[in-house]
Ligand binder design. Structure first.
Ligand code: GTP
Ligand code: MG
Length: 341
């Protein structure tokens, strides 16, 4: 499969506040009007200057709003994983509404400016021309202020989605399991990813992407996910749901980590129940159970589990040799069943 980056949200330029856009527009308009050299009566000069000032201010605002909308990736063109992730983290409906408000502001400003421009042509004195211009400025600034909350929301969105890692279109292994079972430690050990590891559950709050090279298979992508609890989807929090999205949209193969020692703070019974649920939910994707924290687990319990799950792999992620052995046989364990978009 061709290796290509599907999407990146990292380079969206900052979204300015209404106040900053208004400021920029009015300053540019003032500079532009001063720079034009007009001949004729004082009334004619005022008319041309004020018209120029209105046009420039309006165009700067219109441009800024157009740029904001265009700088965000088109929601309808987002691959499913990103679409669902943005929906989960931000809300697609709210985003669409914000873009619609920006478009509304552009249309309304245009209508106001075109109508008021006609008035400037009919003024009887330079003062009157200035008055019309100030009136237009007031109205377009008010439109901008009406969408300020949308601009703030879009800037917050930009900062949030900037953190979403780029997932490549290549063979992908998603590492999942209960919280605190050692997923991130495992991913750190087998790939280039460096997710945080800590003693408490839900240390990992979003997905992390790493890569590793496997003999015979080449470069593959490894994804660390937040822990998932064994409970109905409606009860799951946003952190757990991100793991479900990675499993649903990205996994060519799933490594399901179990902690028989239960030092993660969750019973093996619950972990196994989740394992079977995930197996049912994603039946088309090969699911590989891996037993971790063997150093802390009772031997007989581990042996029983190996038989029950047909789990070929038992590891203790801190023992480097076990990890090397695991990597060596990973190609055989991770059967490619299908490629995903
Ligand atoms: N003794 C022992 N400790 C381990 C092993 N694997 C992980 N740990 C420890 O278990 C704790 C949790 O490890 P993480 O890698 O953060 O677990 P996680 O599954 O990513 O946790 P969440 O991100 O919270 O879901 C850390 O203190 C690790 O050092 C292991 O094989 N043996
Ligand atoms: Mg983790």
């Amino acid at each position: 499969m061709e290796e290509k980056t599907v999407i990146s949200f990292k380079n969206i330029p900052p979204v300015l506040s209404a106040e900053k856009i208004i400021d920029k527009a009015f300053r540019k308009a003032s500079r532009s009007a001063k720079a034009i050299n007009v001949r004729g009566s004082p009334l004619r000069k005022a008319e041309i200057r004020e018209k120029n000032r209105v046009t420039v201010a309006w165009q700067v605002m219109d441009n800024e709003l157009t740029k904001i909308v265009n700088n965000f990736p088109r929601l309808s063109e987002l691959p499913r994983f990103y679409f669902d992730l943005v929906d989960l983290l931000i809300g697609i409906r709210k985003l669409k509404k914000s873009f619609a408000s920006l478009n509304w502001a552009r249309k309304t400003m245009k209508r106001i400016v075109l109508a008021e421009m006609k008035k400037i042509k009919t003024v009887k004195s330079p003062e009157e021309a200035g008055k019309v211009r100030r009136h237009v400025f007031g109205r377009i600034a008010s439109i901008m202020n009406q969408i300020d909350d949308k601009l703030t929301f879009l800037e917050e969105t930009r900062l949030r989605i900037k953190e979403i890692p780029s997932v490549k279109e290549m063979f992908t292994v998603v590492v999942a399991g209960y919280p605190n079972v050692g997923k991130s430690t495992f991913v750190r050990n087998i790939s280039s990813a460096e997710p945080k590891v800590d003693v408490y559950p839900f240390t990992t709050k979003e997905i992390h992407v790493g890569h590793t090279y496997l003999e015979g298979k080449g470069s593959i992508q490894i994804i660390d996910t937040p822990g998932i609890l064994d409970r109905p989807i409606s009860k799951r929090n946003k952190i757990e749901k991100q793991a479900i999205l990675a499993l649903k949209h990205l996994a060519n193969s799933i490594i399901f980590l179990l902690d028989p020692s239960e030092t993660c703070g969750y019973s093996l019974k619950n972990q196994l129940h989740l394992f079977h649920e995930i197996k049912k939910l994603f039946k088309e994707v090969p699911l590989v159970p891996v037993l971790n924290k063997i150093d802390l687990s009772e031997r007989s319990k581990v042996e029983r589990l190996v038989k029950e799950l047909d789990a070929l792999t038992t590891i203790s992620v801190q023992r480097k040799r076990a990890i090397e052995t695991f990597k060596a046989c990973m190609s055989n364990i991770l059967v490619i069943k299908k490629n995903r978009k």
